[in-house]
Design a protein around this ligand. Structure first.
Ligand code: ZN
Length: 166
């Protein structure tokens, strides 16, 4: 599943992807800050991640694979300390700043059901309102054509995963 997540991430030119963005009911995300599929040594899998410390603030433009084409400035902590498990099961404590800190906060937010557009100033949100409406109608259209799984299909897949586990 993690290999598939990396594949989807690279195909869409992302640097991070949270499991629930691709309908997987797990608290994990993958990262490759280089965005380079051939840089395998840059790949990270963070399982049950918890941000235990945040320091400072920094504003940078962000985008998201779940909201293609949209970018807006988001204020985040400048530095974070993340605790998580690697795919090997090994515990990890990661003190991150810059792009790594931003990506970590963005992905942990996904796992908590928060999108970067939920963190915009009212003004910044207003500026992307038209793009959001377009995305929303494109989503409903794709769903009605069966190009995107509907609630029932997602529910079925979750039940299959549950059955496979027991
Ligand atoms: Zn995202």
């Amino acid at each position: 599943m993690v290999a598939e997540m990396f594949e989807i991430m690279y195909e869409n030119n992302g640097i991070g992807l949270a499991a629930n963005q691709v309908d997987l009911p797990y608290r994990l995300f993958v990262l490759n800050l280089s965005g380079d599929a051939s840089a395998r040594d840059e790949e990270m899998v963070l399982i049950n991640p918890v941000i235990v410390r945040r320091k400072g603030t920094e504003e940078e433009s962000e985008g998201c694979l779940s909201l293609p084409g949209i970018r807006a400035p988001v204020v985040r902590a400048a530095e974070v300390v993340l605790r998580a498990y690697r795919l090997s099961g090994e515990e990890l404590e990661w003190r991150a700043s810059g792009l790594a800190a931003r990506a970590i906060q963005h992905e942990v937010d996904h796992l908590d059901g928060v999108l970067f557009i939920d963190r915009l100033t009212p003004q910044a949100l207003e500026e992307i309102q038209d793009q959001l409406r377009e995305l929303e109608s494109a989503f409903h259209e794709k769903r009605s054509l069966g190009a995107i799984a509907d609630e029932r299909q997602i529910e079925l897949r979750l039940r299959e995963l549950e059955a496979a586990r027991t």
